[in-house]
Design a protein around this ligand. Structure first.
Ligand code: MN
Length: 255
């Protein structure tokens, strides 16, 4: 199995390193990751500047490792197009910080997995639900097992998995839950400050506000110390109102 690994925390992030060390036990790894942190960079791709891959070393890692000056989605596209054959699997992570609910829309890590799905390659994103320094080992071991399983299993077209792991020791993890996304909005505060020249600048911040953490959601699973696996796809169509919208738009039909 040939595995392309990326993240949005940067090529030097500890979560990437432990992921690579674990996945190289089950496949041939190639790492292309941003040269610096790109958290919350979403699905951006770089069209207006040259992209470069700088060979880099990670201790004890056998495969190729590159630092990329682009985004996580760039890394996936480059990883697919600069190799002799496409990878069998793309894994993004292990992200430091959860990717639950609406966070998946901002996440560079999740977008990397989504880009792989767009390119027709099976993939998953994996995150640990804490910004503090925690042990990535249980998540890395789980990633290894999931990679092996995905090698045997075919996901439907345009689909990928979003995995969140609770930040607790392995023996405290209460199993695995297949979940839907809850609702968890993040950026809800703005700091307005003044720079040394007297000009105003702004800085986003906020605390997660969970408006749907019902049983069955990714948020509920993490709260119960379960590993959450959300099957995801990129069809943003609102199927619920698809049929109902037509009559509502009747007045717009006259040109
Ligand atoms: Mn990140």
């Amino acid at each position: 199995m040939r595995i392309l690994i990326t993240n949005d925390d940067g090529v030097q992030a500890p979560g990437l390193y432990i992921l690579v060390k674990n996945l190289q036990q089950v496949g041939q790894v190639r790492v292309i990751a941003p040269e610096r942190e790109q958290s919350a960079s979403g699905h951006a791709v770089t069209l207006h500047k040259p992209l470069r891959l700088t060979p880099t070393e990670l201790p004890g890692v056998d495969g190729e490792v590159f630092a990329c000056n682009g985004t996580p989605a760039d890394c996936v596209i480059l990883g697919i197009l600069t190799d002799s054959a496409p990878p069998d699997l793309v894994v993004a992570g292990i992200n430091g910080g959860a990717n639950l609910g609406e966070e998946v829309l901002y996440s560079g890590t999740v977008s990397a997995a989504m880009e792989a799905a767009i390119q027709g390659i099976r993939s998953f994103a994996i995150s640990i639900a804490s910004y503090n320094e925690v042990d990535f080992a249980p998540a890395a071991r789980f990633a290894r097992r999931l990679a092996m399983l995905l090698n045997e299993l075919d996901l439907p077209d345009n689909s990928f998995l979003n995995v969140n792991v609770p930040p607790v020791p392995a023996e405290q993890i209460q199993g695995i839950a297949v979940t839907r996304l809850g609702h968890r909005a993040y950026i809800n505060r703005i700091d307005q400050r003044e720079d040394p020249r007297g000009e105003t600048y702004y800085w986003f911040s906020g605390d997660p506000t969970e408006s749907d953490s019902a049983p069955g959601t990714d948020i509920a699973a993490i709260a119960e110390n379960k590993i959450s696996i959300t099957p995801a796809h990129f069809d943003l169509t609102n199927h619920e109102i698809l049929d109902n919208l037509n009559p509502l738009l009747e007045g717009l039909r006259e040109w």
